[in-house]
Design a protein around this ligand. Structure first.
Ligand code: NCD
Ligand code: ZN
Length: 343
């Protein structure tokens, strides 16, 4: 019998499920692997109110294929005009699990994001008081800053001062891509964690330019140099509970990827767990996958660990070139792990 890996059911602490037809296409891919997921609010229009989040949550639940049990954890999209009372109401009634900070124009559907952190002081004070986590897309948007430096610059210019102002605010630095982020998060004594995607564990920036311009490897924050990928691998597999799983699966239609100005985002949901398993195995740390995938996230969010389990088998699978019309991460590759059951 092939080797098996039996894990407490994992959660995805950062995913884009989109809406309408795209939601229906992709949600089962996440729900099949993950028990819960932190759902990003960057819809058009963004999810800024309790009512909008409730409506979106219902649409997600309606779209989950029957037989799968999946809990979407909703987030509020912060804008310059966010209302602290609305956020508090959403958090205390269990509709919002966290709020997402997109610096305005940092990424897909972030035009309505925050233009200056000083504009949301009252919101951040309320979040700190009630223990509501702040999820950060940590990149500066200044076009004078090199795109490969935008995460490190954000940490120095915004995150460090923000944490000095709000030492009790719980913060997740999302989808980290640099050794600077690894070092900074790893040096924080409390209230700071980071998610790491599967693609940033597997690719460096060369992937976008291998033999031509490859938009399927373009995402934000953009993949960096090899030394950064290696730092992310060390962090993810270290057993340090400040680092946990967040796929940032971000599907876009073929037309939106294959165009002169292609959208940022990698659709990795279909094989996310197998992709992480491969990275952990390559690092000789498969025994630490459960902590990263299933334990560190709930501990940070103060949520219970899942009761169910999943099983991966050491069985090769060929990742299709297209899944539901979308190019998945690892398309055309053979992955050595296959999810065989959840219970
Ligand atoms: C995300 C998207 O498409 O919504 N894209 C991405 O490259 N990750 C937005 C984001 O998380 O930055
Ligand atoms: Zn994202």
């Amino acid at each position: 019998m092939p080797e098996r890996l039996n894990l407490i059911a994992p959660d995805d602490w950062h995913v884009h499920l989109r809406d309408n037809a795209m939601l229906t296409r992709v949600v089962g891919r996440t729900a099949r692997l993950f028990q819960r997921a932190i759902v990003m609010p960057n819809l058009r229009p963004p999810v800024t109110t309790v009512k909008a989040a409730e409506g979106y949550r219902n649409r997600i639940l309606d779209a989950v294929p029957s037989g799968l049990s999946f809990t979407p954890l909703m987030t509020a999209y912060l804008t310059d005009g966010s209302d602290p009372d609305e956020l508090e109401r959403g958090f205390t009634t269990g509709v919002f699990t966290a709020a997402k900070l997109y610096p305005a124009n940092a990424t897909t559907n972030s035009a309505a994001g925050v233009t200056d952190l000083s504009r949301i002081d009252s919101v951040l004070s309320a979040m700190q008081r009630i223990g509501m986590p702040l999820l950060i897309h940590g990149e500066v948007t200044d076009s004078d800053v090199d795109i490969f430096d935008r995460e490190a610059t954000f940490i120095d210019c915004h995150l460090i001062p923000l944490r000095e102002r709000y030492p009790d605010l719980k913060i997740v630095l999302e989808h980290i891509t640099t050794s600077q982020a690894v070092d900074y998060v790893g040096s924080a004594d409390r209230n700071l964690a980071a998610t790491i995607t599967p693609h940033h564990l597997h690719i460096n920036r060369n992937a976008m330019f291998a033999g031509g311009l490859r938009s399927d490897f373009y995402c934000l924050p953009v993949a960096k140099r090899e030394q950064h990928r290696l730092a992310l691998r060390r962090a993810a597999t270290s057993g340090d509970c400040r680092f946990f799983l967040g796929t940032d699966s971000a599907p876009h239609s073929r037309e939106a990827k294959e165009t002169a100005c292609g959208c940022a985002g990698i659709f990795n949901a279909p094989h996310a767990l197998e992709s992480y398993a491969l990275a952990f195995e390559q690092e000789g740390a498969i025994d630490r996958l459960e902590g990263f995938a299933s334990l560190h996230g709930p501990a940070f969010y103060g949520l219970p660990v899942n009761q169910t389990r999943v099983c991966l088998a050491k069985v090769d699978q060929l990742v299709p070139e297209l899944i539901d019309g979308l190019v998945p991460f690892h398309a055309g590759e053979i992955l050595p792990w296959t999810m065989i059951s959840s219970s």
